[in-house]
Design a binder for this molecule. Structure first.
Ligand code: 4AD
Ligand code: MG
Length: 460
């Protein structure tokens, strides 16, 4: 393997031979030379290769078209007039794989909708290539932040028998022949005959199992796929998405919020530092000014407000909403965005939601009506983080589960954490794709994951 193009571009001009490998983005001819923009995906802007027509076989040069893979050997010379320091003066070019005219990524602007149909080729475009690099960098920053702050990485199961959110939005996992499902004598489905001997589903969150490790190792985080059979065809929902879920023992909601802010700001800063070229690209062509926004957000404290305060603010502008806000209502995306975009003009952490609209495991406040929940809302997207302090009291948790019709025997191990050495503990979940969307300014969540799974969409 030769040097990466991102490294070659930083080398100095000189007589030593350099080899560059990649895919042709564009080819331009002048009378005497042929200019090839060669990209290997390691950076946004490729390397300019200059081939003197006299030195190369005409057939070779004419078969080098957009999308073809080639190896170029030559020397680096100072580039005149273009926006790069060096270019490769080719002495030898080898064509590895040609790309005929049917190559779908000919040089012209393609819509993101069209690119989704050729998701196997779209990482070769500027936009999706930049998203892929930023996504990888952010994933690394996630691990770096937690590893450097005393958190252990825990892998929670993807197949589970419990519903972590108690919201019933699960994909069932079964090996039953659906045309011939075993039934009990009473005519019910006989899950004892299914693969796991019980009804199972893909996980909606690793939180409950995460809590079991946090109450043993103190601070843990998960980072893995989660699945939700939500029938929402929106720009911010996927059926399969990646979630990061830290869980901290001896930590109340205040600590939870502090960690959430520090964590987000850390990954934003890390990405700004390590993806400068890509961030400039997003800021110029995808979401004007997104880089400055991320710089600003990574330095300023987030606004805090309770749900009750948020509803008061929203009620003042109720004419602006399709769904009229009132105390007790579930905050809609339009409300979340209004709070972050218009009222706070910054990320905002909303706390203390009514218990009815939140999950069963959240700690009840003394008012008996609200829970120690927190959501981080950001402009453009609304919620990117959902978290809470957990109910640590056995009685209160049992009572809450009863009210919601959750069966204790399904959660016996979860309740054991409250029976044996219960401690105050808290955590949150960051939707990784939403974070990538926020940083890159990409409008649709389906463009920040390689192969999106959503309602009626499971191609590739
Ligand atoms: O708010 P949620 O449902 O919280 C939980 O799952 C908790 N167990 C987290 C915890 O406390 N450990 O989901 C957390 C985040 C949301 O804020 C959102 O960013 C993202 O996950 N998310 C989705 N992202 C893409 N597509 C979907 N369908 C999503 N549903 C949630
Ligand atoms: Mg939520």
């Amino acid at each position: 393997m030769s040097a990466l193009i991102k490294e070659i571009k930083k080398m100095e001009a000189g007589p030593q031979l350099v080899t560059a490998e990649g895919w042709v983005r564009t080819k331009r001819d002048s009378k005497t030379v042929c200019f090839i923009e060669l990209n290997d995906g390691t950076c946004l802007k490729g390397l300019q290769v200059v081939a003197d027509k006299e030195k190369f076989d005409n057939n070779l040069l004419s078969s080098i078209s957009t999308g073809a893979s080639i190896v170029c050997e030559g020397t680096l010379t100072e580039s005149l007039g273009s926006d790069q320091a060096v270019e490769l003066s080719a002495s030898k070019i080898t064509l590895l794989g040609e790309a005929p005219e049917s190559y779908p990524l000919q040089k012209k602007r393609h819509t993101l909708e069209y690119l989704r149909e050729i998701a196997h080729l779209r990482p070769r475009t500027n936009t999706i290539g930049a998203v892929a690099r930023v996504r990888s960098t952010m994933a690394y920053a996630v691990h770096k932040f937690f590893q450097e702050n005393g958190f252990y990485y825990v892998n929670t199961p993807l197949i589970t028998a419990s519903d972590a959110e108690g919201a019933g939005q699960m994909f069932q996992v079964t090996t039953f022949d659906l045309d011939n499902i075993p039934k009990t004598e009473e005519g019910k489905i006989d899950y004892s005959k299914d693969f796991f001997g019980k009804k199972t589903n893909l996980t909606v969150s690793g939180q409950l199992e995460g809590e079991t490790y946090a109450t043993a190792l103190r601070n843990i985080y998960t980072f893995g796929p989660t699945f939700r059979a939500e029938n929402s065809n929106t720009k911010r929902h996927l059926a399969e998405f990646w979630m990061i879920e830290p869980e901290m023992s001896f930590c109340t909601l205040e600590g939870d919020m502090e960690i959430a802010q520090n964590f987000l700001q850390y990954i934003f800063k890390y990405t700004l530092e390590h993806c400068e070229e890509d961030m400039d690209f997003f800021s110029k062509f995808v979401e004007p000014g997104v880089k400055d926004t991320i710089i600003h957000v990574s330095e300023s404290p987030f606004v805090h407000m309770t749900y009750t305060e948020a509803i008061k603010e929203l009620e003042k502008s109720k004419d602006k909403f399709d769904y009229k806000p009132f105390w007790g209502c579930d905050i809609q995306t339009e409300h979340e965005r209004f709070l972050a975009e218009e009222i706070c003009k910054s990320p905002v952490i909303v706390t203390d939601y009514p218990k009815e609209i939140k999950s069963f495991y959240m700690k009840l406040n003394e008012d008996g009506k609200t829970v120690r929940a927190m959501d981080v809302l950001v402009p453009r997207l609304g919620e990117i983080i959902g978290g809470s302090e957990r109910e640590a009291g056995l009685d209160l948790l049992q009572q809450r589960m009863k009210e919601l019709g959750l069966r204790e025997e399904d959660y016996w191990w979860y309740l054991d954490l409250r029976r044996f050495g219960s401690v105050p503990h808290s955590g949150f979940g960051l939707g990784f794709e939403r974070a990538v969307q926020y940083v890159t300014g990409m409008q649709n969540i389906r463009d920040v994951i390689p192969y999106p799974r959503a309602v009626k969409q499971a191609d590739f």
